[in-house]
Design a binder for this molecule. Structure first.
Ligand code: NAP
Length: 252
């Protein structure tokens, strides 16, 4: 797979990004001289730069994405969005199927519980809300900004919500303290935070990867339950858990 040019036969890769895995893959593609462009949703106002030319913002759904891929003569699509970015992944799958373009999803493997973990595994936010129960509890919400409004259905709890950027105040449950921080976090830091805030239960997406795993280790050390939300299924798309598999797919 030689880089340079996008002439007939040379792969032209489109990388749907927004994760640390995508950033690492962008660097690898750039280093290999692959003709590739990355794409960010534009949710974060100052995203860490990528090693590839990068476009920012939505496409306007499947039709817009199809247009973009065709106009830019893309030959391969890598979906390295977050495992919970279900809409973008579904759109990529539909657009690539319609255009007959090869697509690979690149995502970190989900975490698996250790014997000492006290996980309550649930399918989605509504099930996470139900799993918190009727009794008021001190809840550490580590699911980002999106979907926070679902927790308004359980106003009896005291929430500590950690986010990178300010959420819409209308989305917040009534008793909700905000912490602004961007990972990675250290285990000692996470343990201290949970103790200081007298956290009784943690709510987390099962995002996998090392960057945010410290909270799971801290909850384990403190014997706290974790309501663990499973990633949405990616149906019918080739899935790679490591960059080498993506490179092999692009070479094939
Ligand atoms: P989403 O719900 O699946 O996507 C919503 C819409 O945002 C998409 O339909 C698309 O708009 C646009 N979009 C999403 N990713 C894009 C990308 N890489 N490039 C261009 N447009 C994109 O996604 P999300 O959960 O809002 O996540 C947005 C971004 O944040 C993703 O890049 C994801 O990797 C990253 N992220 C998400 C999470 C999470 O927990 N969901 C966590 C960390 C990082 P159009 O329909 O207009 O094309």
């Amino acid at each position: 797979m030689k880089g340079g040019g996008s002439g007939r036969g040379a792969p032209r890769v489109f990388l749907l990004a927004g994760t640390s895995e995508a950033r690492a893959l962008a660097a690898r593609l750039a280093q290999a001289g692959v003709d590739a462009t990355a794409s960010l949703a534009g949710r974060t106002s100052a995203p860490a730069p990528l090693a590839l030319p990068t476009r920012v913002g939505g496409f306007g759904g499947v039709e817009g994405l199809k247009r973009y891929l065709a106009d830019n003569r893309v030959t391969h699509v890598v979906d390295a969005t977050h495992p919970f970015a279900a809409q973008m992944s579904a759109n990529a799958s539909a657009a690539c199927a319609a255009l007959g373009l090869p697509l690979i999803a690149y995502a970190r493997a989900p975490w698996r519980p250790e014997p000492e973990d006290r996980w309550i595994e649930v399918a989605d936010n509504a099930a996470a809300v139900a799993a918190l129960g009727a009794e008021p509890r001190r809840v550490f919400l580590t699911i980002g900004r999106q979907g926070i409004a679902d927790f308004r259905a359980a106003p009896q709890h005291d929430y500590v919500l950690r986010v990178i950027e300010a959420p819409d105040p209308n989305d917040l449950p009534p008793n909700c303290a905000l912490i602004f921080a961007r990972g990675p976090f250290a285990r000692a830091e996470e343990t201290a935070l949970m103790q200081e805030r007298r956290v009784e239960v943690v709510v987390s997406k099962n995002s996998g990867g090392a960057l945010t795993y410290a909270k799971i280790e801290a909850a384990r050390a403190l014997a706290l339950p974790v309501v663990m939300i499973a990633p949405p299924a990616r149906e019918g798309v080739a899935l790679a858990h490591d960059a080498e598999a993506v490179m092999a797919f692009l070479r094939a």
